[in-house]
Design a protein around this ligand. Structure first.
Ligand code: AHG
Ligand code: MN
Ligand code: MN
Length: 333
């Protein structure tokens, strides 16, 4: 069988080579990414067997956002926290599933980094076998290593992110990562339990004409956005629509094929639905690294600064030309 990945470049090796290039590297960042890879492999395996192992469906609880918690949401949250809290590389973990930040327990060393995550994105798609994923962002902490972290270590502009990525559990499992030097995708070979470089240096395709949005809410959008979407459908425009309803899956599709994803503000939700710290920021960081753009309809996403862990923001993300067009339209008073 032909290999569609570079067998010589495991994620492990990639991390090693990337971090070695930094003169002040202590190995903490490499360990952090290796633990993310481990947790991702564990969640991937559980997602694949979910229907067999009684892991489908809800827990009967709602989370801090008022959303139903699925069993796999809870599982993924505990797997990632467990993998990251003990090796002395992380000071604080902010998660969609936890109202408060999780500070590294005192029995472990409080490390150099802050980790923000949506442990399982698109969880309403779990029961129907559509793609779901984990989204994460990493910051270097502001407070001194070894001390307890503070909220100020995490409530800061997206532009201060040091690395971001996601793991998509789809027809295959792919980890997409940027440490500020382009965007690289690694596919999990489940037979050996390792991610291999399969999508080096991903760049957005400029000419793509695809939009991804939940049009069911169109009646409550800004009329200028409604008009923009309507005009995509005119004869001869050559546009397509694609919407899965998992941000990570919609984003990944557009990253590889080109397109723009929109989660607009609505009359009842002026900040939209998606969360700044662990959904919008990491994907905005990745899209910029891939030559694309992300705004809230007015401002660059990475220039925003959250005041709370679970702040929301409207999101327009993908190909530069389209995001610029929509942003110009929505900023025009
Ligand atoms: P989560 O499962 O982490 O709560 O996120 C769900 C999000 C996101 O994945 C997706 O883009 C969006 O919800 C879909 O929302 P609509 O159903 O309103 O389109
Ligand atoms: Mn999500
Ligand atoms: Mn989630």
């Amino acid at each position: 069988m032909a290999q569609h990945y570079d067998e010589g470049m495991t994620l492990h090796r990639f991390i090693f080579e990337t971090t070695q290039a930094h003169p002040d590297a202590t190995g903490q960042f490499a360990t952090l990414l290796q633990q993310v890879s481990l947790a991702g492999r564990m969640v991937s395996s559980r997602v694949n067997r979910a229907g067999l192992g009684g892991m489908l469906g809800g827990t009967g609880e709602t989370n801090v956002q008022g959303e139903y918690v699925q069993k796999l949401d809870e599982y993924a949250n505990s797997i990632f926290k467990n993998a990251l809290e003990h090796p002395g590389v992380v000071a604080l973990i902010a998660s969609e599933e936890d109202e408060e930040p999780a500070y590294t327990p005192e029995r472990f060393r409080s490390g150099r980094y802050v980790f923000c995550m949506d442990p399982l994105d698109g969880s309403s798609n779990i029961d129907v076998n559509a793609s779901i994923g984990t989204i994460f962002a990493v910051y270097r902490r502001r407070t001194p290593e070894g001390s307890r972290a503070e909220l100020a270590d995490v409530l800061r502009p997206g532009s201060e992110i040091g690395a971001a990525g996601y793991i998509i559990y789809g027809s295959g499992t792919i980890l997409v990562l940027s440490t500020g030097n382009g965007v690289h995708g690694f596919t999990l070979d489940p037979s050996v339990g390792e991610f291999f470089l399969s999508h080096p240096n991903i760049q957005l395709q400029d000419s793509a004409k695809t939009y991804s949005v939940n049009e069911g809410y169109a009646a409550s959008w800004d009329p200028r956005l409604r008009a923009w979407v309507e005009s995509r459908k005119e004869a001869g425009m050559g546009w397509s629509a694609r919407y899965i309803g998992s941000l990570v899956a919609d984003f990944h599709r557009n990253l590889l094929k080109g397109g723009v994803f929109l989660y607009p503000a609505t009359d009842s939700s002026p900040k939209g639905k998606l969360r700044m710290l662990y959904e919008a920021f990491p994907l905005a960081y990745i899209v910029e690294q891939a030559g694309g753009m992300a705004t809230d309809g007015k401002n660059r996403i990475l220039d925003l600064c959250p005041t709370g862990l679970h702040d929301r923001t409207p999101l327009y993300i993908g190909n530069r030309a389209q995001v610029e067009e929509i942003t110009a339209l929505l900023s025009d008073r």
